[in-house]
Design a protein around this ligand. Structure first.
Ligand code: PXL
Length: 285
């Protein structure tokens, strides 16, 4: 049997609303990965559309967890970060990477900061600069269009976009992060939606577009990023991993749409986990 890969996922726990760790852990486990986590905060719900949520900050616990892991001699095939509660946490995560990552560890940063042209209200206007520094440490970044504009320090522009415009944005992001780039929320018309990828090793810029399903479903960025990492860890190329992530996100949205649920409650990604395992080739082992 092949050696089991080990991943560290560093996000908040939103106790209700399916995002961050409650999405990352099951997806990565379904991919057969040993999944460890560092919770950065515990909230009663995510912040997207709910009010009155509780927020327990765990900033002081993050580095001690990493130091303890280090004392045990644990090594990691990937470190994956998402929603971080403060600028201070972005600096602490850089120190976690220094502590637990080796030269063989893939660092994936999802620079969770906003959506639909808006910075999430929990973040100050100086947060994107701090996130930019963390992206510089990554081998893979997965910004959505809002986050890409924030990282580039440019005003947001609604799509549809042109290929030239997306190519220019990928070049700008490549100046911030020398790793692979997967830009989500890309569309050239109103009927499709997907991602653009840039691989600095080959210089290839590619697009993965799928039919758009209307409606804003919360947590889909986390389903996309978790599946992307799962596929990369299973040996998929950047383009194939971006395609698998798009397919699985669309499948999760389509399943949710049939159930007519509150869009804040997150998508039903659980129903199709057996399909994800097949997509990742896990049933053939
Ligand atoms: O899905 C991104 C996310 C993660 N964690 C928390 C959030 C959000 C987006 O709103 O509020 C706490």
């Amino acid at each position: 049997m092949e050696r089991q890969k080990r991943v560290a996922a560093i996000h908040d726990i939103s106790c209700f609303g399916k995002c961050s760790l409650t999405v990352a852990l099951p997806l990565l486990s379904a991919a057969g990965l040993e999944t460890c986590c560092i919770p950065t905060a515990v909230l009663s719900t995510h912040t997207g559309g709910f009010t009155g949520y509780t927020y327990r900050d765990l900033t002081d616990d993050i580095l001690p967890v990493a130091h303890h892991w280090n004392s045990l001699g644990l090594d990691f095939d990937a470190v994956y970060t998402g929603f971080l509660g403060s600028e201070e946490q972005t600096e602490i995560i850089a120190r976690v990477i220094d502590t637990v990552a080796t030269e063989d560890t893939m660092v994936m940063v999802d620079p969770v900061m906003g959506d639909d042209g808006k910075l999430y209200p929990v973040f100050s206007h100086t947060f994107p600069a701090a996130m930019r520094k963390l992206c510089a440490r990554a081998h893979v970044i997965v910004p959505n269009m809002t986050e890409a504009f924030l990282l580039l320090n440019e005003p947001y522009r609604h799509g549809p976009y042109t290929e030239k415009e997306i190519s220019r944005m990928l070049d700008g992001l490549a100046a911030i992060c020398t790793g692979k780039i997967v830009l989500t929320g890309v569309h050239f018309d109103e009927t499709s939606l997907g991602a653009a990828t840039y691989d600095p090793e080959t210089g290839a810029k590619e697009f993965v577009l799928r039919e758009r399903i209307n409606g804003f479903y919360h947590g889909t960025g986390d389903v996309y990023a978790g599946t992307l990492l799962a596929a990369l860890m299973c040996g998929f190329s950047l383009h194939d991993a971006a395609a698998a992530a798009a397919d699985y996100t669309v499948l999760s949205i389509a399943t949710t749409k049939k159930m007519d649920k509150d869009l804040r409650y997150g998508v039903n990604f659980e129903y199709n986990l057996p399909t994800l395992m097949r997509m990742l080739g896990r049933n053939e082992e």
